[in-house]
Design a protein. Structure first.
Length: 154
């Protein structure tokens, strides 16, 4: 009888932990959906959701330019972009007649893929859009979406 009671208690505790985990995932999804809806109601188009360690950052596009986190780049100022994998150039785009500085040297492989997009503006400043280190092509897809939105939007 005691064994059955202990098994029942263990079963209920495992069900409770699974329920809490599922509700946490659901809460995270709903909060991302509300944030995305708020961005779209402001007249911005969400290009990609960029995963951070404990949150999600949106790369958004509007009539004036691009924004991600606290950073912003005006369309008129962007002269080019580079898509990087571990610091190595995977793709480059420039406006006609513009030239970009030499790309930074590729970094030593650290055992994971790290995707970034670099934006170059007319003043010579370079801004980095960190697209993540997730495997299975997720970060690559995010970087591709960001790079294509910049290339198409400017």
């Amino acid at each position: 009888m005691i064994v059955r009671a202990l098994v029942a208690i263990a079963f209920v505790l495992s069900l409770w932990s699974l329920f809490r985990f599922a509700m946490g995932l659901r809460f995270g999804k709903r909060s991302r959906e509300r944030s995305r809806l708020a961005e779209e109601q402001e007249g911005r188009r969400v290009v990609a959701e960029i995963p951070l360690e404990d949150d999600v950052m949106f790369f958004v596009e509007d009539a004036g330019g691009f924004a991600w986190g606290p950073q912003r780049a005006a369309r008129a100022d962007v002269i080019g972009a580079r898509m990087l994998l571990n610091g190595g150039v995977m793709g480059t785009w420039t406006r006609p007649g513009a030239s970009l500085p030499e790309p930074p040297p590729a970094e030593e492989y650290e055992g994971r893929e790290r995707w970034d997009v670099l934006l170059y503006d007319q003043a010579g400043a370079m801004r980095t859009v960190p697209c993540g280190t997730l495997r299975e092509g997720v970060s690559r897809e995010i970087a591709s979406k960001v790079f294509e939105a910049i290339r198409r939007g400017v």
